[in-house]
Design a protein around this ligand. Structure first.
Ligand SMILES: CC(C)(COP(=O)(O)OP(=O)(O)OC[C@H]1O[C@@H](n2cnc3c(N)ncnc32)[C@H](O)[C@@H]1OP(=O)(O)O)[C@@H](O)C(=O)NCCC(=O)NCCS
Length: 242
């Protein structure tokens, strides 16, 4: 199956857990976004492994909510166990990152939403981030808020920890391109293993991804996609030579 050129909405592709979540939505637009985003994940995964139809994918949910491809199909099809993915949705757009083996996370946010930038920044950003952020004004401050925010979320999503990782325990430096990260001494991770990216899919959306380096059997390059628009961005530098 080729990578999807449109975003199907096929309830018959969802498993029972997804269907239960789908049926709980009371707002039609949110329900449609859930359906399309989950069908998009399935269609994109099937574009990597043509033997598996979109409806055949099964997922397990890790302790803190991160979905992974369930073992089982992997016994039948080589390569399936390598695939990792992460999904993010916001009001009018969703994004998906797919890698092979390595940890990955993506976050997309609508940057025009009303938020107490300074108050949330003070609570959520580490001192080096907040110091830079508070000096900015107007559009520059708003932009930087969502750059930090999406990077932070994409990292906690990549490690699957959700909010159990204090957001002030790690901080980003955007003076270099691509961004780099630093960790508090009690946070057990290696900053040199990580690669980050920032993209603006539309003038009012900010997207960030986090990808950990590693040896990647099969060499499937990490890719970020979003919908609408179906843009595909290859994540650079996330593979080490075998
Ligand atoms: C997991 C978490 C990070 C998701 O954040 P979010 O912005 O609400 O949601 P997103 O749209 O980006 O991602 C949702 C998707 O991530 C995946 N997901 C769920 N839990 C996850 C976890 N622990 N790790 C990685 N991915 C997860 C799911 O695929 C989910 O999609 P689904 O609900 O359709 O199944 C959220 O639970 C959380 O802890 N948010 C932190 C909020 C915050 O204060 N951030 C401050 C940043 S400065």
């Amino acid at each position: 199956m080729a990578a999807p050129q449109s975003c199907p909405a096929e309830p018959s592709w969802l498993d029972s857990a997804e269907l239960r979540r789908h049926d709980r939505y009371r707002v039609a637009a949110a329900q449609d976004r859930f359906l399309r985003s989950h069908c998009f994940v399935r269609a994109v995964l099937s574009s990597y492994l043509e033997e598996i139809r979109p409806s055949e994918w099964r997922f397990r949910i890790e302790d803190r909510g991160r979905p992974e491809i369930a073992p089982g199909l992997g016994e039948t099809y080589r390569g399936i166990a390598d695939l990792r993915f992460n999904l993010s949705h916001t009001e009018s757009l969703f994004a998906l990152i797919v890698t092979s083996t390595i940890d990955c996370g993506v976050d997309v946010e609508k940057t025009t939403r009303s938020t107490d930038l300074l108050g949330v920044g003070r609570r959520s950003f580490a001192p080096p981030e907040f110091e830079t952020f508070q000096k900015l004004l107007g559009a520059a401050r708003r932009r930087r808020f969502f750059e930090y925010w999406t990077l932070k979320e994409s990292y906690i999503k990549a490690i699957g920890s959700g909010l159990s990782t204090p957001l002030r325990d790690f901080w980003f430096d955007l003076s270099s391109d691509p961004p780099t990260v630093s960790f508090a001494s009690h946070h057990d991770d290696n900053p040199t293993q990580w690669h980050f990216g920032l993209v603006r899919p539309t003038p009012c959306h900010q997207l960030a991804w986090s990808v950990r380096s590693g040896r990647v059997p099969g060499s499937k390059q990490a890719k970020v996609r979003w919908w609408p628009d179906r843009e595909i961005v290859s994540v650079p530098d996330c593979r080490l030579p075998p």
